[in-house]
Write a protein that binds this ligand. Sequence first.
Ligand code: GLV
Ligand code: MN
Ligand code: MN
Length: 423
Amino acid sequence: MKIDAPRLHRRIAALAEIGDTGDGGVCRLALTDDDKAGRDLVLTWMRELGLRVEVDVVGNITGTWPADATEAPVLTGSHIDTVRTGGRFDGNLGVLAGLECIETVITAGTELARPLAVGVFTDEEGSRFAPDMLGSLVFVGGMAPEEALSTSDRDGLVLGDELARIGYAGPIPCPQRPPHAYVELHVEQGPVLEAEGITIGAVTGVQGISWQELTITGQSNHAGTTPMHLRHDAGAVAAQIAVAVRDLATSPGGPHVGTVGRLDLHPDLVNVVAGRAVLTVDLRDTDEAVLAAAEKSFAEQVRALAEAEGVEVATRTLARFEPVAFDEALVDLVEAIATEHGHSVKRLPSGAGHDAQMLARVCPSAMVFVPSVKGISHNPAELTSDSDIEAGANVLLDLLLELATDRLQIRKRSVAGSAEGAA
Ligand code: GLV
Ligand code: MN
Ligand code: MN
C-alpha cells in the first residue's frame, strides 16, 4: 500500500495559499483569521473522508476513522499554525501526511485492529501564545485548560477569547484519553540529513527548551546630553545580554544553542537612550543538567550586567520543558521500516520542539524526519523535495499500519524468537 503523492502535494500547496506571504512563505499565527481559514480547510477534508471530527476545549482537532470507533486510536498529526515568517512544511506536512495515510487506508478498504486518528494541535509554535506546544501540552494534562485559555499575546489579546472568536472553542474536555501510540512526520528543520545525504531521520528525542522574557528598565534620556557614565541604558544591557547568550552557547560545556530572537526597545528613537528593553532568550540542550547549569550561569550574568548599569531586570519564564526520549521500540521501528523501503536512515535528536514530545508523556511516541533543503526553517525559503515528502509519508503509513494492526508485537515476538533460536 502506498500513499497518493500528487494528492498530498496538492493539499500542501492548497493549505499554503492561506496566509501566503508572497515570497513562498506562510503566516498563520495561532488563532488568527488565517489560522481559522486553514483549520476550516483541513476540517472540510476530514469531513469529506467521513472521519469523526472533534474539537477540544483549547481547539485541538482530531479526525478519527472509523467514525464510530470507541477504542484508543493510533494518533498521528502535528500543527498548522506557523511563525510569522514561516514556511509551508513545518507542521503542515505532519497533518496532511496523516490525513493522506488515513485516506489511503480507507481507499484500500483495509480492516485495522485499532482506529486511526489525525490531530491538529493548537499553537504549537508558541510565537503568539507561550509556551510552545500549548495545545498538545493541554491534551496530555501538562497544563490546565483554564491556564491555557487565560494566556495572552503581546497585544494583550487572550487565547480563550481568540479561540471563541474563530469558532474553535470545542466541547471535548482535556486532558484527553491517551492514544494507543503517537507518531509524527515532520521536516527536520536542520541541516544534518541533507548534509549526510540521508532520506529518513529516526528521531530519538527532543532537546530541552528554556524560554524567558526579560524586561529591562533603565532611564530614558537625551542621547546628546547624557554623559555615558550617568546612563541607565536598557538598550546597552540588552545588547550585552544578547552577547552573553551567544558566548554561553559557544563556550565548552555550554548549552547546545542559545538565541535572542526578539528585542524591543522603548521609546525606539534615534536620539533617545532606551529606557526599557524587552527581549526573549531561547536556550536548548539534550542534557537537562547542562540546560539547568546554563540557566543558572545566565541569571548570574544578567544580575551583574544590570548592577553595573543601574537598571532593573524582571524575568518571566515563557516555556520550560525537559529533554524527552522517544519510545525505543518505536524508534527502532521507524529505522526498520525506512530500511525496508530502501532508504538511508539516521537516528538523531530533534533540535526543534514538537507535539510528539508532549504526547510522549502519555503514550509510546516517535517521529520521522525528512530533510530540509539547506537546513532552513522558520523562514519562507523552507523546502523539502517532493520525493522526500513521499518517502516520509510512506514510512508514516507503514508505521501507522504496524501500530494499528499490532504487527509491532508480532515483529517483537519474531525478533525475540530468532534471538532465542540463536542462543
Ligand atoms: C517550536 O516549534 C520550536 O522549536 O521553537
Ligand atoms: Mn513544527
Ligand atoms: Mn516551527
